[in-house]
Write a protein of this length. Sequence first.
Length: 151
Amino acid sequence: MTARPPGPGWLPTRQDRADLGKQTTGLLRALGPDSTAVARALGAAGVTGEPTDARQCALAVYLRAVMEGDHRVNSVRVFHDRVVVGTPGRIRRHRVNVALPPAVRAFVAGFDARRFPALVRGPAQPRPVRPAPAAAGPGTPQSSAAGGPLR
């Protein structure tokens, strides 16, 4: 952590961003050696999230909670191969990109594919698609069993 408190107009230095990257890498590696261990660690922390949402996935929710008190952090987004930590300042160079370790990368792919339903916020399964009626042929409008159009 940076020792000096931020004041008005404070921007992180290159060293602040380098330190933040190292600390974020440490947090990610500490989650476990494989995707199942990562899921267990996030579950033990009480984390849930939304698959395929860079800001609301389980890993982003966890990292935001852990980094909440760090004045260098404005935002956290998780992509399939990296975490992007936003720091004060509006330009791209104030973002810290951290590569995901293989175990965490595998977890993110599995979470987005809903392989860890206990960590999914809300319904764990997508809404089922209604099958088309058997009588509908080529060029015939499809309708639901109730007589209305499928949406």
